[in-house]
Design a protein around this ligand. Structure first.
Ligand code: SF4
Length: 331
């Protein structure tokens, strides 16, 4: 398989400045050296609690935020897009699009749906007149809306329909990669399923590659080929989705899976939900050793002093000193 994106040691640290001279007294390590690659047509789920750095990682990858260090090699030529200037970046911007949690933030209420979806085509001078109308109409239909909806305004649509409009706009420039940031989190469960199905269909139709960012593992379960679990700016486990759910290797993944509802009430009632103590620690002053140790039921002395590296185990990668001796498969 050909890789479309290769992320190496992506880092985003925010300086903390104090005093009249605004001296740097520390850093918030929002993303602390993450690496992964993504094949064409693949979907990677990026999950973790709020504040784990997943959204920041997605934004750095798209260059909506500037990374502190690392590289993002994109396309067949493996161009490091983090080194490109504005002009050089322009063709790559069209190939990478983002879908946001709140479609309202990207939908101008004073523009019709047709103008919203067609705007990127106009701005990039790709077409005009009747050709533009036809392409907009095809895009609107591809996300399950009617051509006539092009004349209506965003307020006339439900949350799920507005997300469809955002998706049609994101598709307008024929992107290779779509980063969906909590794209279904604000929707009802039944509407979530419809949008997830739509995204899966569009992946087949347009040959798309997705990074699917979500705090909820149940959302990424059905759409992702692989899942990367983030905790305090680092990837702690990455595996094929089926293997991650049947045989988690990291205690944090185990806890996240235990919170995923199971359709079978018999299995659900036998299951014990692992409640994590406290919130995600402050990234300004993360715990020593394994960042997860204050909340981990399996922590020992080594966990408090030594940082576990992300290494290969089974079919995936895991960062835990005790992963080889723990059997977390019964969750
Ligand atoms: Fe828990 Fe230790 Fe593994 Fe961290 S390294 S997840 S504290 S067992």
């Amino acid at each position: 398989m050909t890789s479309i994106v290769e992320v190496k040691d992506l880092t985003k640290h925010y300086p903390i400045r104090r005093g009249i001279l605004r001296r740097t007294v520390g850093h918030v390590k929002a993303v602390d050296g993450i690496s992964f690659s993504l094949n064409k047509g693949e979907t990677l789920g990026l999950v973790g609690e709020s504040g784990c750095g997943k959204t920041t990682a997605g934004r750095c990858l798209m260059r909506i935020l500037e990374a502190t260090a690392g590289s993002v090699l994109f396309g067949d030529a493996g161009t490091d897009i983090l080194t490109l200037n504005r002009k050089q970046m322009r063709p790559f911007r069209a190939r990478m699009q983002m879908i946001f949690q709140d479609p309202n933030s990207s939908l101008n209420p004073r523009m019709t749906v047709g103008d919203i979806v067609g705007e990127p085509l106009k701005v990039n001078r790709l077409c005009s007149g009747s050709e533009l109308e036809e392409r907009v109409s095809a895009l609107i239909r591809s996300v399950g809306l009617r051509s006539a909806d092009a004349r209506r305004y965003p307020h006339a649509f439900s949350g799920g329909q507005r997300q469809r409009i955002g998706i049609a706009r994101a598709l307008s420039l024929h992107p290779d990669l779509i980063v969906a940031d909590e794209a279904v989190s604000a929707l009802d469960v039944s509407v979530q399923a419809q949008i997830l199905n739509l995204l899966a269909e569009l992946r087949e139709t347009f040959g798309l590659t997705y990074i699917f960012i979500a705090h909820d593992l149940s959302v990424v379960k059905h759409i992702s080929d692989r899942v990367a679990v983030m905790y305090l700016g680092r990837i702690v486990e990455m595996s094929m989705t089926s293997s991650l759910f049947s045989n988690p290797m990291h205690p944090y993944t185990e806890a996240l899976i235990s919170a995923v509802p199971v359709a079978d009430p018999n299995i659900h009632s036998r299951r014990t939900r692992i409640r994590l103590a406290g919130d995600v620690p402050n990234p300004v002053n993360p715990p020593s050793g394994c960042h997860f140790h204050p909340r981990c039921n399996y922590a020992t002395d080594v966990c408090r002093t030594e940082v576990p590296s992300l290494r290969k185990q089974g079919f995936g990668l895991v960062a835990c000193h005790r992963s080889e001796e723990l059997d977390l498969s019964g969750v």
